[in-house]
Each structure stands twice: as structure tokens, then as C-alpha cells.
Ligand binder design. Sequence first.
Ligand code: TYM
Length: 346
Amino acid sequence: MSNAVQTHSNDTFKKRVFSGIQPSGGLTLGNYLGAVKRFVQMQQEDYETIYCMVDLHAITTWQDPKKLKHNTRELAAFFIASGIDPDKSILFNQSGVSAHVELGWVFNCVARMGWMKRMTQFKDKAGKNAENASLGLFGYPALMAADILVYHATHVPVGDDQKQHLELTRDIAAKFNHDFGVDFFPMIEPVIGGPAARVMSLRDGSKKMSKSDPSDLSRINMGDDADTIAQKFRKAKTDPDALPSEEVGLEGRAEAKNLISIYAALGDQGVSDILSDVGGKQFSEFKPMLVERAVEKLSPISQEMARLMEDTSEIDRVLAKGVEKATAIAIPVLKETYEIVGILQP
Ligand code: TYM
């Protein structure tokens, strides 16, 4: 490589999507509607798409070594069963491309302690005993920025809870470009929105649906069978009123809003379209419609996941190929970063 530092202007970046999910076990309807469903859509659009199982992020909190490999393969099965086509998208696990960690280190040196301390997800995950959280959990967003920027990705589809991390990614890119006087890393665009950007708990409409909620009734898991899905929606918290026919009528009714949003997102419809159909109905009438749609959309995915998990050699082949393709994009970006920073690369 020559000593000249190559620069880019924003519009020269190729439209490239990157996103990741942690293989920390347990996949929920929130992961599907808030993330993977959109990943599949973007794969069909005019983007190059790269999707990653972020195993190195997963170990920022304790993972049972006996389960991590299984969870990583299961996540790959979830991607594929949901419609990610390994011939169209690059699908791989993060640890396979060491450039993530190398760029992550450079970003550790760019990001400021104060920025990290403001991350609400760190505060939530570390809980009351932050002194006892891993250093990896604290530095997590810098590695996440590296995941994205090592591909010069331009668009990042995520659920609403990742918004602050993506703002930090932009801050890191901007500070790097400014400090070194280059226009090297793109200003990424978060892709967040639609009715399912924040799928809420079925037991408490003010809390996010999450695999870590102690109550299994609070979430739909991607492996739940039809009876379990039906039971969970039947028990889902609601209020005594009939459904409104317009969106304003959902204000202050978090649980109603959540169930309607899930129904809309599952059917690729808007909330207002749904309300014009179901307005006036009681939950006792609406819930069976929701169950039917959820089972119709989710069962084929769980069945295909189970099939793929019967013989995981195909998954391993897909991931090995993905690592190869991802490495080919990441290495030149890493080398150019080192060049910009002034690292000797004999
Ligand atoms: P993770 O593994 O917690 O979640 C994966 C994706 O699922 C979305 N999601 C939800 N969306 C709507 N409603 C919910 N209840 C819900 N629960 C989860 C998340 O927003 C996310 O999009 N830090 C990331 C992983 C990551 C990453 C990246 C993402 C690492 N590097 C680079 C994008 C780009 C995380 O912990 O996601």
C-alpha cells in the first residue's frame, strides 16, 4: 500500500447494509419484527447486505461455553429460515473476521469515557453493580461501531433500543475523520421505524419484549408452538375498552397499541389500516385474529429452523463462506485505517 491516504466523499460510498444480533440464546418476536424482517426486505432492495452473529458481543455478559456454539448456529438458522439468502447476503459470525476487534481497538482510542458512560443500555445491563460489569460490556458500543464501519456500511437496520449506539457510531466516525483530517468513514444512517421498532412485553406495555424478562409469558419466542402462542396472546395484558378506529385512540393505551402494532407488522400493514378494520371490536374478538396471523407467519420459520438444526454442517458451510466474503471487504478498510493512523505495516 502506498503512503498516500485515500479519502472518500460521502456520496462515493456504496449502499451497504450491516446489522448484527447477539447469539446469547432465546430469540423473540421483537428480534424478528424489529430487525430480521427488515433485514430480509433490505436484501431484496438495492443494497449489498451483510448480517452477523455477534458472538464477541455476546460474551460481554456470561455465556455458557457449552451453549454458545449451539446458540450461534441457531441464530444462523433463524436468519436463513426467515428469508436471508446466503447467496444474496453475507452471513457470518463476528469472531471469524478479526478485523472487527482490531478496528474496535482503534475506536476504543477514539471514543471518550464520557460518551460511553452515557449509554443507557450499559446502565440497564450492568444494573446496580456497575463496578462488577465486564470491561467488554462498557466498551461494547465501540466494537459495535467497528462492526459497521469496517465494511464502510451506510445503512443499519435495528430496533429502537439500538438508536443511541448508532448515534455513538456516527460520533466515532466523525471524530476519527476530524482528528486525522480525512473523510474516510461514512456517516451511517440508522434504519429504524415502522410499527415494530419497539415490540413491548405482553405483560407490561411499558417494558420492551426481551429474552431476559423472568416471565416467559411476556414474550413470544421464535420456537413457540401454536398452542403456546395462543396461550400467551390470550393471557396478554389489555384494558377493558373496545379498540379505537383511529391511531389517536391508542394514546395512553400501551398494551392495546402493542398488540395492534404486532398484528400490523406481521401482515406488513400500517396501524391506521388495521384500526379502520378492527375499530370497535373487543379484545376477545381481536386476539384470535392476532393468534391466527402470528401462527401463520411464525410456524413456517420455527419449522424451518428445526429442520436446519438437524444437520448443522450446512450452516457451518454457509458461515465459513460468509467469513471469507466479509474478510475480503474488511481487510482493505482496516489496512487503510492503520495507514491513516500511522501504524507501521511492514
Ligand atoms: P440484540 O442482539 O439485543 O438484538 C438484535 C436486534 O433485535 C432488535 N430487538 C427489538 N426490536 C424491537 N422490539 C424489541 N422488543 C426488540 N428486541 C430486540 C434490536 O434492536 C436489534 O436490532 N448491539 C446489538 C447487536 C449488534 C449490532 C452491531 C447491531 C452488535 N453490533 C452492529 C447493528 C450493527 C444488540 O445487542 O442487539
